[in-house]
Design a protein around this ligand. Structure first.
Ligand code: DGT
Ligand code: MG
Ligand code: MG
Ligand code: MG
Ligand code: MG
Length: 258
């Protein structure tokens, strides 16, 4: 087909390699899930099955892509942490983002009926994704702290908001009522609605979900070094505080491995 020089055409492509030796975080987020959650009648503010479906997709991602060492999810988003020295797609951002986001999305559609056997998936959901590099473990942990704090702030606000709406206020009134309120005022408000202890809400709602391999690979090796085929590693989901160092101290292999 004629005279086009392939090198010339290829020269328009750009390399988008992520900085070497840095933690890579791929954050995906549901597109327009405000409407998607309405159209599929998700329980407000937290739909346990919808969150379980997100978690199940995250487990699939971790199982499929060996370089993902940890993930944290809340609402319609999930963050996937790839190990520092990952050479996945030679660290090309667009390849890594697109393969994770498409795998997550198709898994979401495939698994929908397992979590919502009585509910038809009315249209195809989509997720967007981005890649960010974090140059130190401390900064990566600061990133995860930011997401978990966000989870807490949103959950507290949303819980108050929907209690106010349930009590008869319009959405606009509820929004106005909550504008500028501090944590303590929100706690007091929830007491009026019978939620005496905010922290007694399900941990998944309060803390989001972390998915990761449950043990270090080497801990499953026999003394002679042969790996045990019957003792497969499993990805687990926990709803725990990842801001305090306790979690990381209890699971040193997650970020310590590279
Ligand atoms: P975006 O991400 O810019 O395309 O727009 P949205 O609409 O996805 O907004 P976002 O991601 O900031 O917020 C997530 C939306 O998804 C928010 O409107 C609430 C909804 N959502 C997420 N999880 C649940 C749930 O468990 N239950 C209900 N009822 N809604 C949820
Ligand atoms: Mg978005
Ligand atoms: Mg969204
Ligand atoms: Mg979101
Ligand atoms: Mg290809």
């Amino acid at each position: 087909i004629g005279k086009v020089d392939p090198d010339y055409v290829r020269s328009f492509q750009f390399v988008n390699r992520l900085l070497p030796s840095t933690w890579i975080v791929i954050r995906i987020d549901g597109c327009n899930f405000h409407s998607f959650s309405e159209d599929h009648e998700f329980v407000k503010p937290n739909d346990e099955q919808a969150l379980n479906l997100m978690n199940s997709c995250a487990v699939a991602v971790i199982t499929e892509f060996q370089d993902v060492v940890f993930s944290y999810g809340v609402s319609d988003e999930y963050s996937f942490v790839l190990k520092k020295d990952s050479q996945f797609y030679q660290r090309r951002a667009s390849d890594i983002v697109s393969v994770i986001v498409s795998f997550f999305t198709s898994t979401y559609v495939m698994k929908w009926k397992d979590f919502f056997p009585q509910k038809e998936l009315k249209y195809t959901p989509s997720f967007d994704g981005r890649a960010v590099c974090y140059p130190s473990t401390q900064i990566l942990q600061d990133y995860l702290t930011w997401r978990q704090v966000d989870c807490h702030i949103n959950n507290q606000y949303n819980t108050c908001f929907w209690e106010l709406v349930k009590s008869g206020k319009s959405k606009r009134e509820a929004q106005k009522f909550l504008k500028g309120t501090q944590t303590l005022e929100k706690m007091e408000l929830l007491k009026k609605f019978g939620i005496n202890d905010y922290n007694s809400l399900p941990a998944m709602f309060l803390l989001g979900s972390s998915a990761f391999w449950d043990k270090e690979e080497t801990s499953l090796l026999h003394e002679n070094g042969a790996s045990d085929g019957n003792c497969e590693r499993k990805v687990i989901i926990e709803h725990c505080n990842i801001i305090e160092p306790d979690f990381w101290n209890a699971h040193p292999y997650i970020l310590g491995g590279s």
